[in-house]
Design a protein around this ligand. Structure first.
Ligand code: OAD
Length: 246
C-alpha cells in the first residue's frame, strides 16, 4: 500500500467541494464480478464481444446472448457490495453532492447505499424490448434462462438493458456526466482500463477544466497520464482509507 499517495489523496478529498467518482469493472472485482480486460480472468479474454455484446450478435443468435447474460445476471445477484462500494456510500455524508458515474451494469453502488449513481452503460438486472416499442422491465425475477422472452407489448424479443458495442449511450445521462466532469474539483477514478469512450474521456475533461484527478487501480491504465495521484491498489483496500477517519 502506497501510504504517501493515500495520505495525499485523503487531503485532496477532504478539501473537495464538488467531487465526482468514475468507476469501472475493477470496482466490483473484489465482489466476484469479472472485469472485461484483465488477462485470463477478463470476460473479453474468454468471450467474443461482437457475438455477445452487440445488436448484430443478438439478432444472429438470441438464445446464445440471452443465456450468457442470464449467467452473468445470476452472478450479479449472488455478489455483494465490497468494502470499496460501502466506503463510497458512506463518503456521501461528507459532501453536499457525491455523484458516482459508473460504467458498471451490476447495480452494486445502489445496493451499497449510494443514492446518486449514473449508470452510463445500463443495468443488467433490467430488460427492454429489442424492437422499437420502448417497453422496459425492472424486475429480474422469473426471467427464463434459455430463449429470451417475448416483449409483452409488441412480441419482439426482450434483451438486457445494457449498452452494446455500436450503440449510443443515454443522451441525458451522458450530458450530466460530461457536466459533472466539467464542473468537479476532484475526480476519483476507480478500476477502469480507460479504453471505452465516451466514459474514458471524462477524466481528461475534468483535468482540463482544473480538477485534480486521482486514480485507484492496481495496474496501469490508459488514463494514468491524466492522474495527479496514482494509487496502485485495489478498490476494496484503498477506498476505505481515502475517506474514513484515521
Ligand atoms: P476493464 O475490464 O476494461 O478494466 C478493468 C480495470 O480494473 C483494469 O484497469 C484493472 O487493472 C482494474 N482492476 C482490476 N481489479 C481491480 C480491483 N480489485 N480494484 C481496482 N481496479 C481493479 O473494465 P472497464 O474499464 O469498466 O462496456 O471497461 C469499460 C467497458 O468495457 C465496460 O463498461 C463494458 C466493457 O465492454 C459495456 O458493457 C458497454
Amino acid at each position: 500500500m502506497d501510504m504517501q499517495a493515500i495520505t495525499l489523496a485523503r487531503a485532496v478529498l477532504a478539501a473537495a467541494r464538488r467531487p465526482v467518482v468514475l468507476t469501472g469493472a475493477g470496482m466490483s472485482a473484489e465482489s466476484g464480478v469479472p472485469t472485461f480486460r484483465d488477462a485470463l480472468t477478463g470476460l473479453w479474454s474468454n468471450f467474443d464481444p461482437e457475438r455477445l455484446a452487440s445488436p448484430e450478435g443478438f439478432a444472429a443468435d438470441p438464445p446464445l446472448v440471452w443465456g450468457w447474460y442470464s449467467e452473468r445476471r445470476r452472478g450479479v445477484l449472488r455478489a455483494q457490495p465490497n468494502a470499496g462500494h460501502l466506503a463510497l456510500a458512506r463518503a456521501a455524508a461528507y459532501f453536499e453532492q457525491f455523484p458516482i458515474v459508473t460504467q458498471n451494469v451490476d447495480g452494486l453502488h445502489a445496493r451499497a447505499g449510494s443514492l446518486d449513481v449514473l449508470e452510463l452503460h445500463g443495468n443488467i438486472l433490467r430488460t427492454k424490448c429489442f424492437g422499437e416499442c420502448g417497453f422496459r422491465c425492472d424486475d429480474p425475477k422469473d426471467l427464463p434462462a434459455g430463449e429470451p422472452p417475448a416483449c409483452p407489448r409488441c412480441g419482439q424479443w426482450l434483451r438486457p438493458d445494457v449498452v452494446w458495442f455500436g450503440e449510443l449511450l443515454d443522451a441525458v445521462l451522458l450530458e450530466r456526466a460530461e457536466q459533472l466532469a466539467q464542473c468537479c474539483d476532484v475526480m476519483l477514478v476507480v478500476g477502469t482500463s480507460g479504453v471505452v469512450y465516451p466514459a474514458a474521456a471524462l477524466p481528461g475533461r475534468a483535468r482540463r477544466a482544473g480538477a485534480q484527478v486521482i486514480i485507484v487501480n492496481p495496474h496501469p491504465s490508459e488514463l494514468d497520464d491524466q492522474a495527479h495521484l496514482l494509487i496502485r491498489d485495489t478498490a476494496a483496500r484503498a477506498l476505505p482509507m481515502l475517506f474514513e477517519p484515521a
